[in-house]
Design a protein around this ligand. Structure first.
Ligand code: 13P
Ligand code: SF4
Length: 384
């Protein structure tokens, strides 16, 4: 697994009776291979409060507040990991109340965020709508940069925070506002439909936004023969397969969904008779064709909830299956593991830091907000 390149590795392990890390051999091996290794020892499965949290936090208090959450998710999260997360979860939940803050989390966040601290965990359409309705003073986006910007567009008067400004998106970074202006010059009069996975500059040049939950509906709603649809080439192909409207696409891809391939889907099906395979429309077209259903992350969750398949594979980011397993204990999940490196930049310590110090604020000029929010509001009015 670590053969080809040097890695930065964090080892969390219980300590032995004499206080040593209980996995010394593994550490030495990684160091010899030239990896950068960090490690921490824990009293097996016991909660301890990290040094930089307030010293008056009592372990008993943390346990009382967080044990009910852990009961829910123990199937998908080892107890030793929980002992690290619990103090952060407790402190973040305290701070949310003190500051009248809300945490909006995307479905790709890890279980400790999704189940531990999120006030709303959902797909990007629902998060955008939620941001427009909240009465909180502060919105913390446990997601990526374009999602935080979309929240700001929907609630410009609110303080919107992103725990790591480097949490981007390969689709969003594939196109700029200038690219859209050039496309509009090339195809005068053709309306621009942009996926929400775009920057505010792109949204400012857009007629109407969409997400994977409503892309087909939005394109059809325009009543035109041709649209510019950007930036996801695969989503554009998916929409083209569901409508008569001619689609002019852009060559953006999602680095996570692009990794799935048709052979993998056929192999899984062959080895798991009766399995249901459900895919996100950011996947390559042959993967979607080989699947039983395609939909947004919210649509995929609904499919599992409504159909309760015996066995399912969600062809999307890793954490979705773990998150959903909790509410669907009778469903057997075959878990693919393509991780979104951007979504995974968001961690509990970073969320705590940003909430405590109110760092990572999304700042946009007034003109961009005014222009860009029209395209998001038009989308929200059409809905799912
Ligand atoms: P959803 O809109 O389906 O939640 O997806 C957002 C996303 O970034 C998927 O990769
Ligand atoms: Fe962007 Fe893909 Fe990550 Fe979603 S999964 S945030 S589309 S890179």
């Amino acid at each position: 697994m670590f053969k080809s390149s040097k890695q930065r590795i964090l080892i969390l392990a219980p300590h032995t009776d004499d206080g040593e890390l209980g996995c010394g051999g593994a550490i030495n091996k990684f160091i010899e291979e030239g990896h950068e290794v960090y490690y921490a020892a824990f009293s097996a499965c016991e909660i301890s409060v990290p040094k930089h949290l307030p010293s008056n936090i009592l372990i008993e208090e943390v346990k009382k507040a967080t044990d009910p959450i852990y009961q829910k998710i123990s199937k998908v999260l080892p107890e030793i990991e929980w002992s690290v997360h619990a103090p952060y979860i407790h402190r973040i939940n305290q701070l949310k109340k003190e500051k009248n803050a809300i945490i909006l989390a995307h479905n790709y966040q890890t279980p400790e965020i999704y189940h531990g601290i999120a006030d709303v965990a959902a797909d990007s359409l629902a998060l955008a709508i939620e941001a427009s309705k909240t009465e909180a003073n502060i919105i913390v986006m446990a997601g990526v940069h374009f999602m935080a910007e979309t929240s700001k567009l929907m609630s410009p008067e609110k303080k919107v925070l992103l725990p790591d400004m480097a949490a981007g998106c390969s689709l969003s970074s594939s196109i700029t506002g200038k690219d859209v202006r050039l496309l509009k010059e090339k195809y005068p009069g053709v309306p621009v439909v942009s996926y929400v996975n775009t920057s505010a500059d792109v949204k400012a040049e857009t007629d109407i936004c969409c997400t994977s939950a409503n892309a087909v509906k939005i394109v059809n709603s325009l009543g035109v023969k041709k649209v510019i649809f950007l930036p996801d080439d695969y989503l554009a192909k998916y929409v083209a397969s569901q409508t008569d409207v001619e689609i002019i696409a852009w060559k953006g891809i999602c680095i996570v969904h692009d990794q799935f391939n048709e052979k993998e889907i056929h192999d899984i099906r062959k080895n798991n008779p009766g399995i249901k395979i459900i895919a996100h429309p950011e996947c390559p077209p042959d993967v979607i064709k080989a699947s039983d259903f395609a939909g947004s992350t919210g649509g995929m969750i609904k499919y599992v909830k409504d159909n309760q398949p015996k066995k399912v594979m969600m062809v999307t980011e890793c954490s979705m299956s773990d998150n959903i397993q909790v509410e669907n204990p009778n469903v057997d999940f075959i878990k693919p593991c393509n991780m979104c490196p951007h979504m995974k930049k968001i961690t509990l310590p970073k969320i705590l830091d940003c909430l405590e110090n109110e760092t990572g604020e999304i700042i946009m000029d007034k003109e961009t907000i005014e222009k860009a929010r029209i395209s998001v509001e038009k989308m929200a009015a059409i809905g799912r």
